[in-house]
Write a protein that binds this ligand. Structure first.
Ligand code: AQP
Length: 336
């Protein structure tokens, strides 16, 4: 297996929460880039179920969504023979390193995380310690695999910065232990906005289902959501700061068709929303169709998914243990 033997290659790690059904934002901001990198790097991709329980989840739905995210990783082009695919709670080293790193994270720096502020406002009845500690567990996820690069949407940049600070602090106290991870953020699509409110990011936990497009949405639902998408008062189809709705749709169309922003603006010059919105919808329908169909097939084959996540956890567990042993030795724990 390349990840265990190929020390020449750099390592990539990323994860997605099974906290709902995946959106077009998750895909364009992060998952779309995962398979592009699997030839050149040692790639490790995780379904981060432990992160998901920082917000209350329905247990049966969480189990189902966890398998669905795994199936979608594969449907989006990740090959379990080339990349390590696993479920976070199956590799206990994540929680173990998370605890150690808690002791190298300052309360003040964790308090500055905007995701914590946003999510605690959204879930005011359940501002639990896990929600606060989320970025430290994320630092453990990344640092355990001596990760060089983390492909994520721009909303995760602050957490990666924190992981770097924690790594630097630990390395400074004990000598080099962790590789310093770099974020890998796409130029277009780093932040796909809600179709219902283009000033907010598209999010799978949005209460307004018209705001997001799911990878598993049926073509007619995708078309309806794009036709209803909030746009701006004048009807020109150009990217502009004062036209967040149209700018978002242009990014989505460019990413779905492989065209540049300039090409899209040219294509729709002199045309109105009546042409543009259905065109975006159709492009997204075609982009997502093969992913949805492949995911549906994979979900019928639970034995195969089980084999993938079991083997993945074994490979990930082996790599994670090596880092954890080093950390335990450095902080002064007695060898087992
Ligand atoms: N709207 C977005 N645009 C671009 N990238 C996005 N990502 C999420 N939303 C967008 C990226 O998707 C990856 C997986 O995200 P996650 O599941 O770990 O959590 P999240 O960022 O909190 O995503 P959601 O959809 O908003 O989840 P909930 O609603 O549960 O909080 C990450 O790389 C993220 O950057």
């Amino acid at each position: 297996m390349s990840v265990m033997s190929d020390n020449q290659k750099k390592t990539i790690f990323s994860g997605v929460q099974p906290s709902g059904k995946l959106t077009l934002g998750n895909y364009l901001g992060a998952i779309k880039n995962f398979p592009l990198l699997q030839e050149e790097y040692n790639c490790i991709y995780c379904v981060v179920d432990m992160h998901a329980i920082t917000v209350r989840q329905d247990p049966a739905a969480l189990r189902r969504q966890t398998l669905e995210v795994l199936a979608q990783y594969i449907a989006c082009g990740l090959d379990p023979e080339k990349s390590v695919l696993f479920i976070q709670s199956h590799v206990p080293a994540h929680a173990e390193l998370g605890w150690v790193l808690n002791c190298y994270t300052m309360f003040g720096e964790a308090s500055r995380m905007t995701q914590f502020k946003d999510k605690s406002a959204k879930h005011a009845d359940n501002v639990n310690v896990g929600l606060f500690d989320y970025p430290v567990l994320m630092a453990a996820d990344i640092l355990l695999y001596q990760t060089d690069m983390v492909p994520v949407g721009v909303d995760q940049l602050q957490h990666i910065e924190l992981a770097r600070n924690i790594a630097q602090r630990f390395n400074g106290v004990y000598s080099d232990t962790f590789v310093m991870p770099e974020p890998y953020i796409p130029k277009t699509g780093a932040k796909i906005m809600s179709l219902a409110d283009p000033t907010r990011k598209m999010s799978k936990s949005d209460e307004n289902a018209n705001g997001f497009v799911l990878l598993m949405d049926k073509p007619e639902d995708i078309m309806r959501k794009f036709k209803r998408a909030v746009t701006d008062s004048d009807s020109r189809i150009i990217v502009s700061e004062d036209k967040p709705g149209v700018s978002n749709l242009i990014s989505i169309y460019a990413l779905a068709t492989g065209k540049t922003i300039e090409q899209v603006q040219e294509e729709f010059q002199g045309k109105g929303y009546g042409d543009f919105k259905p065109a975006v919808g159709e492009a997204v329908v075609e982009l997502l169709r093969p992913i949805r169909e492949k995911t549906e097939d994979l979900l019928k084959n639970k034995d195969y998914l089980e084999q993938v996540y079991r083997e993945g956890a074994q490979k990930a567990g082996y790599l994670a243990r090596k880092t954890l042993d080093k950390v335990y030795r450095k902080v002064g724990f007695v060898k087992r």
